[in-house]
Design a binder for this molecule. Structure first.
Ligand code: TRP
Length: 336
């Protein structure tokens, strides 16, 4: 009887121990799956490849890192590039949602718009968007209200045209080339036209419908005008060398709207650092991830300043003398 009692207790103890062990294994496993779930996902959608957007995308990743979020460490970054194709942008937006992105980042207007069409509740950070209101992305810059906020790069158009006026005092006609399908370019051209007209210039506008039009339209614009002015246009930026080779043949300067396009053959700009635009958007995405900020109540970050940059080599090539006071103020770069 006594023995049976002891054996009974041993068996009971063993059962309890096995139970505790099994329970601990089980809970360890649930922790492991929870850890995996806790790795938050950032979905980045870029419209097309060109040097500026590539730099902005790198900046977004750097901005996240500066706020403590690193791919593979404590977040997962899903990056997709639509290569300028609207239907790809739509399906990629859906893919990023299917991957359970906690925050979405749209690099350039068409990408941000595709994301906005795909979801009205997941947070979206706009990265370097020229005209968020005109593109229908937000209603109010100070108080976005919905699921979208981010960085509005308001190109310093007036300073650009003032600089162009100082550089080409004899010019009477300016040719503005832009894509008819890009809202970001249209709104910039509207502002540029106003300023140029106020400055006494005649403005001739040339719309392209794809990069296939660039060579022919550039030739025509060079014949009909004294210099060219190019907005932040994704289609032109992705085939800028085609434009420059035509304008070089005609010996006409191209005044651009982005820092790196001066190095790529433009004559000058008052331009914004593209990488920095990305960093600022990355930081905003981090604030949404950490729960510090919600798009609805986070004002759009409007970046409206830029630095004067001139390409001295291009000026020499085209026989343009850069006024001394501009040289003093500007950063001088060499062409690539
Ligand atoms: N602002 C552009 C848009 O809204 C995107 C952009 C940023 C861009 N930097 C650029 C386009 C430089 C051309 C060149 O879509």
């Amino acid at each position: 009887m006594k023995n049976k009692g002891i054996i009974g207790s041993i068996i009971a103890l063993a059962i309890v121990l096995i139970g505790v062990f099994a329970y601990q294994m089980g809970s360890r496993q649930t922790n492991a799956t929870e850890d995996k779930k806790e790795l938050k996902t950032v979905g980045i959608l870029q419209f097309i490849s060109h040097p500026s957007l590539d730099q902005i995308k790198d900046g977004v990743i750097e901005g996240l890192k500066q706020e403590g979020y690193e791919d593979g460490k404590n977040i997962k970054i899903e990056f997709l590039n639509g290569q300028g194709d609207q239907s790809k942008l739509n399906s990629m937006s859906q893919q990023l949602l299917d991957k359970n992105s906690d925050v979405l980042v749209g690099v350039a207007t068409p990408a941000a718009k595709a994301l906005a069409n795909a979801t009205s509740d997941k947070p979206i950070i706009m990265s370097a968007i020229s005209d968020p209101i005109g593109a229908g992305l937000v209603k109010d810059l100070k108080n976005p209200g919905g699921n979208i906020t981010g960085v509005n790069n308001l190109t310093p158009v007036d300073q650009q045209l003032d600089m162009a006026k100082e550089m080409f005092p004899e010019a009477k006609t300016v040719g503005m080339i832009y894509s008819s399908s890009e809202e970001n370019s249209k709104s910039q051209i509207e502002r540029a036209e106003k300023r140029a007209t106020k400055d006494g210039l005649t403005v001739k506008k040339y719309a392209i419908s794809s990069s296939n039009d660039i060579a022919q339209i550039t030739q025509q614009a060079c014949q009909e005008t004294d210099y060219l002015y190019i907005p932040q246009d994704n289609t032109i930026a992705s085939a800028f060398q085609t434009m420059i080779s035509e304008s070089d043949k005609a010996k006409k300067p191209v005044f651009v709207s982005v820092d790196n396009m001066v190095k790529e053959g433009g004559i000058a700009t008052v331009g914004q650092n593209q990488f920095e635009l990305g960093v600022e958007s990355g930081k905003m995405a981090a604030d949404v991830l950490s729960g510090k900020a919600k798009p609805a109540s986070t004002p759009v970050n409007v970046i409206d300043y830029g630095d004067m940059i001139i390409n001295e080599e291009k000026a020499k090539e085209l026989g343009i003398t850069i006024p001394e006071n501009i040289k003093e103020k500007a950063e001088v770069v060499k062409g690539e």
